[in-house]
Ligand binder design. Structure first.
Ligand code: SF4
Length: 137
């Protein structure tokens, strides 16, 4: 029995995996792969780039308050004043339904506006409303 086979025979089964790797790395027939080149350093942000932007786009604060004219706002019937809800389009809306009482609103109590999670954290009016309104628990 040659020394390599004897070594394998004496090595516990649970150590064979790492042993096989070592033997393969030391074998004359197995070329050792060349080391990978060092990773390129990430480019430094340009000084002209706005600080509020990231890889996923501008932050909600950078976008400013949600406008009722924006496409997603129009799609959900958002209005900055709940009294202006289109009653014909949203007959189930009641005067008590406002953003401040919505579970998706995270503005501070008493504030005029705050972030809304359905609009990606954009600021909505506390007195506003949209069709995604869900009563705060
Ligand atoms: S989801 Fe709630 S907080 Fe957001 S705009 Fe609609 S009603 Fe207001």
């Amino acid at each position: 029995m040659n020394p390599r086979r004897r070594f394998i025979a004496l090595t516990p089964w649970w150590a064979l995996g790492s042993t096989a790797v070592l033997l393969a790395a030391c074998s004359e027939r197995t070329p050792v792969p060349a080391p990978l080149p060092a990773p390129m350093p990430a480019p430094a942000p340009s000084p002209a780039e706005p600080a509020a932007t990231s890889a996923s786009g501008p932050s909600p604060a950078a976008l400013g308050p949600l406008s009722p004219a924006e496409p997603q706002a129009v799609a959900l019937g958002y209005v900055a004043l709940a009294s202006q809800v289109d009653a014909a389009r949203y007959p189930n809306h009641t005067a008590a339904q406002q953003c401040a009482g919505c579970s998706l609103y995270s503005g501070a109590a008493g504030s005029a506006a705050g972030p809304c999670s359905i609009f990606g954290g954009r600021e909505v009016a506390a007195a506003g409303w949209c069709s995604a309104w869900v009563k705060k628990a």
